[in-house]
Design a protein around this ligand. Structure first.
Ligand code: SAM
Length: 279
């Protein structure tokens, strides 16, 4: 079989399954096995694929047809134009979370060498994207999942940022001493009821503990906003990602923790995605 035929076969199967990015997914998976950049496959359509390669391609296609996202199959996700390793222990970073990174990076003129704390770090995508763009910053990332912390540390090594990033296993701020200039968090914020009806790509493949936060989705904010405020340096800021429709409730929880709201940052879809607080 030739590369072009393999791409056609997978595209047909993915379209039949209703996948919106069927053609791109097919090219990425065929490119992954054959070693060609997906964008180069058109020019390589006549290259022959051996039986073992075609078996691998069909194996990956079967996983995708079972709703495993392409990023999980490849074990990698691009976030803020950087490549992050992902595993079953980590959330697959979302483009919406780049809103939080943008909001933090807008502070560059105001802080010289900020000490940053990321609560619930997962792959480490938030602090590592920030450190990559802000050479004088240092960061500590915490996660309750030892597997996630190992992935975050590996991502720091891969990106050449280990000297400025530390990752620890921990329960939010427990055992940490500040002060930190900037605290960031994309905590779990999905309700138990919402989780039950999430798309299989999310429900079956993202760790449930990375997504759900009690009956109303607000448990993590209740747990972390007060202790995070206590670790803040004078003039410091807290940035949290929120789910659609949670801005008012999280603003109230911030106020109860002694935090005043500074800004709401919308994502590219116009939904309030990140709240900025100060003491
Ligand atoms: C929504 S994910 C965010 C991951 C990553 N920051 C990102 O944006 O892709 C939430 C993270 O919080 C972690 N987490 C959940 N409960 C925690 C706790 N009590 N203490 C620390 N981390 C926790 C989860 O393991 C998960 O990695």
């Amino acid at each position: 079989m030739k590369i072009a035929d393999a791409v056609t076969e997978l595209t047909r199967d993915f379209i039949a399954a209703g996948f919106p990015s069927a053609r791109l997914d097919a090219r990425i998976l065929v490119g992954h096995v054959t070693g060609f950049e997906p964008s180069m496959l058109f020019a390589r359509g006549d290259v022959a694929i051996n039986d073992a390669q075609m078996e691998s391609i069909r194996g990956l296609a079967r996983r995708h047809l079972a709703h495993e996202p392409v990023s999980r199959i490849l074990g990698e996700r691009e976030f803020y134009s950087l490549a992050f390793k992902i595993t079953a222990d980590t959330l697959d970073p979302r483009p919406d979370t780049e809103t939080l990174v943008d909001a933090v990076l807008a502070l560059r003129p105001a802080f010289k060498a900020p000490r940053i704390l990321d609560l619930g770090t997962g792959t480490g995508c938030i602090p590592l994207a920030i450190l990559h763009a802000w050479p004088s910053a240092t960061a500590v990332g915490v996660d309750i999942s030892p597997g996630a912390v190992a992935v975050a540390a590996e991502n720091a090594r891969r990106l050449g940022l280990s000297a400025r990033a530390q990752f620890h296993v921990g329960d939010w701020t427990k055992g940490l001493s500040g002060p930190f200039d900037i605290v960031v968090s994309n905590p779990p914020y999905v309700t138990e009821a919402e989780h039950a009806v999430l798309a299989p790509e999310v429900r079956l493949y993202d760790p449930e503990a990375a997504l759900t936060a009690g009956d109303d989705g607000l448990d993590a904010y209740r747990a972390l906003l007060g202790p995070a405020a206590a670790l803040l340096a004078p003039g410091g800021r807290i940035f949290v990602e929120i789910g659609a429709g949670q801005a008012a409730a999280v603003t109230v929880l911030g106020a109860a923790a002694g935090l005043r709201i500074l800004a709401r940052h919308p994502d590219l879809g116009g939904i309030d995605r990140c709240l900025a607080f100060a003491v």
